[in-house]
Design a protein around this ligand. Structure first.
Ligand code: PGA
Length: 247
């Protein structure tokens, strides 16, 4: 059985390098004992080189190099042994990342031989299922001009915006996670074929905690989780990991 990927997205936390070290050490020490899980931490960029463990980045800039003050390239991340890069997170999208920019970022990550974690998800739900179309368009546009042979390297993260963060309006029921999981694979099948659609990993994110983690993996048949707030608390994050490992 393929390992479940549990990704911690620390966002703009914690405040210091020492805390980042502390939290990550505790997490990886606990996670190493579990056979069915691969734990990944996406710290803020200044802490990446300090952390020993499987690393992801929260964002990337799509240009190779040059006069782009503040930019961080895919090659730079690769040189720090980063394996995963989140692209299209809703917080980056609301800071200006269009589908076109997400597409460019996805491509530089693939070119640098890292795995993009492509975040998609609707802002609100409607009764007519328009949100499915919204997610389909986000995927199609992010994958524009990506060679079919490498689509299986992309990890999809379904994060309904209304379920993210401390102002979340609710938690997604397990069977609805399954519906979206199946739908995402259908969209991928149309783009890159049925074999890729079967192979690709789909994660769930949005207010994941120790209590609901199991539900997304078992009822939602997700290949892993993208965890925000709870990934900064080693005890809670390890609890999520353990619960996912036990499914
Ligand atoms: P949350 O964040 O777990 O705090 O809801 C998830 C995310 O934004 O990736």
């Amino acid at each position: 059985m393929a390992k479940k990927i549990i990704v911690g997205n620390w966002k703009m936390n914690p405040k210091s390098a020492r805390e980042a070290n502390d939290i990550s050490e505790k997490i990886f020490r606990g996670a190493r004992k579990l056979k069915n899980i691969s734990a990944v931490i996406c710290p803020p960029a200044p802490f990446i080189s300090l952390i020993k463990g499987v690393l992801g980045a929260q964002d990337v800039f799509y240009e190779k190099d040059g006069a782009y003050t503040g930019g961080i390239s895919a090659e730079m991340l690769k040189s720090l042994s980063v394996r995963y890069v989140i692209v299209g997170h809703s917080e980056r999208r609301s800071a200006g990342d269009t589908n076109d920019i997400v597409n460019k970022k996805l491509k530089v990550v693939l070119n640098a031989k890292m795995a993009p974690i492509l975040c998609v998800g609707e802002l609100t739900r409607d009764h007519h299922g328009q949100y499915f179309h919204f997610v389909r368009d986000q995927i199609r546009q992010a994958l524009k001009n990506v060679s079919k042979n490498i689509v299986h390297k992309i990890i999809l993260a379904y994060e309904p915006l209304w379920a993210i963060g401390k102002n979340a309006k609710g938690v997604l029921p397990g069977e609805e996670a399954l519906h979206m999981n199946i739908f995402i694979r259908k969209v991928i099948a149309d783009i890159a074929g049925a074999t890729t659609a079967k192979k690709i990993k789909v994660l769930y994110g949005g207010s994941v905690d120790a209590k609901n983690a199991k539900k997304f993996i078992s009822a939602g048949k997700m290949d892993g989780l993208l965890v925000g707030r709870e990934s900064l608390n080693p005890k809670n994050f390890l609890e999520i990991i353990k619960n996912a490992d036990a499914v």
